[in-house]
Design a protein around this ligand. Sequence first.
Ligand code: G2I
Length: 385
Amino acid sequence: MHPPNRSARPSGRTRLRRFLSILSAAVVAIGVSAAISAPADAASTLGASAAERGGRYFGAAVAAGRLGDSTYVNILNREFNSVTAENEMKWSSTEPQRGSFNYTSANRIVNHALGQGMKIRGHALLWHQQQPGWAQGLSGSDLRNAAINHVTQVATYFRGKIDSWDVVNEAFADGGSGGRRDSNLQRTGNDWIEAAFRAADAADPGAKLCYNDYNTDGINAKSTGIYNMVRDFKARGVPIDCVGFQSHLGGSISGDYQANLQRFADLGVDVQITELDVAQGSNQANIYATVTRACLAVSRCNGITVWGIRDSDSWRTGENPLLFDASGNKKAAYTSTLNALNGGSTNPTPTPTPTSGGPIDTNAWYVLVNRTSGKALDVYGLSTA
Ligand code: G2I
């Protein structure tokens, strides 16, 4: 094997030649193994790493009121490539009076995200909580019409900007029934969920339309009730594209977390981790990594959203369930998550140390390696001129 003639190359970082099959066996022999673990080889932010893993996203729930906090915004812009409005797209926020829509706070988040090239998850068109007072007082066909009009108006307003909408949030009951939760919306008729999905589809055909819920992080009665609904929707052509698994987790995770995602994916819908947070404790970093690996292992898992940025931003006061501490420092859970995204172990990865004396060794061949397959993809030489 003859290395390429480097003297004839232009200055700067220059791609020299592909010779994959012969080089992959000879990497160590020609002394470039250090380059395989060079910092440029591993994505260093959550969003960039997720994007490298099949175009996935890694997002955060964002509060419009925190967008003036520079620590918060710096982390958001650096680490995340998707956002969810934590409260600003909910019914009480967007239609505070019947027929009178207000998108001011939602648009602060939308405009920030679009300016940063981030995806946007819309959350949530219909939910039994955070309804405006006027809707809470309605029932029957009056409520049904108001709810469907809300879906149509809001999805139309944001058409083209939303990657995935939580069309319906938390409509199933906890416990062993596997059935629907009682609510004013449910009392308008069992078909209210499919009516909402059809309205959302008509308003924004380009958005993925999701059903989103919690306590569905494993195979249990509640997740099976949702599974049966999704299977029925797919069989009858109700437009559903995805299921969101909120994943507000405590100190353990169900052993069938991944299998549960997979059984939904096998119905022909995408799956997304939509509101991940994990109570602080000895297992926090491991649980974050387990969730991350499960998503990566399911090809239809589009991405992960954590429900806030710093512990101090979380709705779970005192539980410190997020990836950054109150000062904005990366926690062990951050490192385990990034390592899982990068395909490594859950243990903290030591900072890679080049064995050849500096960040750029002009005598070395640098090998671009696909981290998933381990295959050498290309060879680079570097010059300093
Ligand atoms: O409860 C956690 C999440 C469960 N899944 C659906 C999500 O939409 C939900 O998010 C939380 C927000 O993180 C909280 O920020 O939803 C809560 C409402 O159920 C949000 O809390 C509300 C407070 O209850 C209000 O008092 C407050 O005015 O946040 C509002 C805005 O700060």
